[in-house]
Design a protein around this ligand. Structure first.
Ligand code: NAP
Length: 248
């Protein structure tokens, strides 16, 4: 059982929801995000509901790469050895490529891919040293295909993250370190607030229960919730692009 779990992007949405699920299962938590006040409120909430659970929080901007290493090392020392790291922090800004607004696309690329790489580096530095641990990356069903409009760069970052995760798994094949990529479908959170109605959207608690179940299975790849997203991913992979864009 993984007892000490670090989650980035834990101030809201999926990160917060997973933290509550793991706390209910009695796991100790290391929680990071930029909005420290939200992490402190979550810590207080967990202390009331699950008093036996230890929670350490840190303000962290994952785009500050040196800080990622420092914060992961500090939390590892504070909890006495992390045994799972969930690379979850992400944004969904993005505009069509070439529409004259490079900045949101660059921010999406940097946060969702470069900063995710840094988090993997910092986690594996700890795991390689002790030859144990479980690295989890939160990709997306959007990783399956190139997508149009505001999703183009987001989907590319998630495809890159999924490939990165598989590469790390290949590299660690003969070690006890486990590596999993999670591909969520639509789960209610701030990332999609205000977006047009999304099919098969589940509420945050339902989605996070399914996420935690998938993470605990330690399978290499999981679509979450499994139904209908495993089937949708199967079809998405095979649809001709002209047909795919009609559904998006
Ligand atoms: N919800 C979905 O349907 C869905 C589907 C597929 C994949 N995902 C993925 O799930 C992950 C979580 O997203 P969410 O849906 O929970 O969205 P969210 O509610 O907007 O949460 C995003 C989290 O990431 C953190 N974050 C963003 N930029 C950061 C930065 N530079 N440094 C540190 N933390 C940062 C935010 O915290 P601060 O702002 O406090 O820093 C927040 O806690 C993302 O990687 C997203 O791509 C979500």
């Amino acid at each position: 059982m993984r007892k000490k779990i670090l989650i980035t992007g834990a101030s809201t949405g999926l990160g917060r929801g997973m933290a509550l699920e793991f706390a209910a299962a009695g796991r100790d938590l290391a929680l990071c995000a930029r909005r420290l006040e939200l992490l402190e409120a979550l810590k207080a909430d967990i202390a009331t509901r699950f008093p036996a659970v230890r929670v350490a929080v840190r303000a962290l901007d994952v785009n500050d790469h040196e800080q990622v290493f420092e914060v992961f090392r500090g939390l590892d020392a504070e909890l006495g050895g992390l045994d799972r790291v969930i690379v979850n922090a992400g944004i969904g800004k993005g505009v069509p490529v070439g529409s004259g607004q490079f900045r949101p696309n660059r921010a999406t690329a940097e946060t969702n891919f470069v900063a995710a790489l840094v988090q993997c580096e910092a986690a594996l530095e700890l795991f390689r040293a002790r030859q144990s641990g479980h690295l989890v990356t939160i990709a997306s069903v959007a990783a399956i295909r190139g997508l149009p409009r505001s999703q183009t760069v987001y989907a590319a970052t998630k495809a890159g993250l999924a490939a990165l995760t598989e590469g790390i798994r290949a590299d660690l094949w003969h070690t006890p370190i486990r590596v999993s990529a999670i591909y969520p479908g639509y789960i209610e959170s701030d990332i999609s607030a205000g977006a047009r109605k999304r099919p098969f959207l589940v509420d945050t608690a339902t989605g996070c229960r399914a996420l935690v179940r998938a993470i605990e299975s330690e399978r290499p790849r999981s679509f979450v919730p499994p139904w209908p997203w495993t089937a949708i991913a199967f079809v998405m992979r095979r649809l001709p692009l002209g047909l795919l864009v009609r559904f998006l």
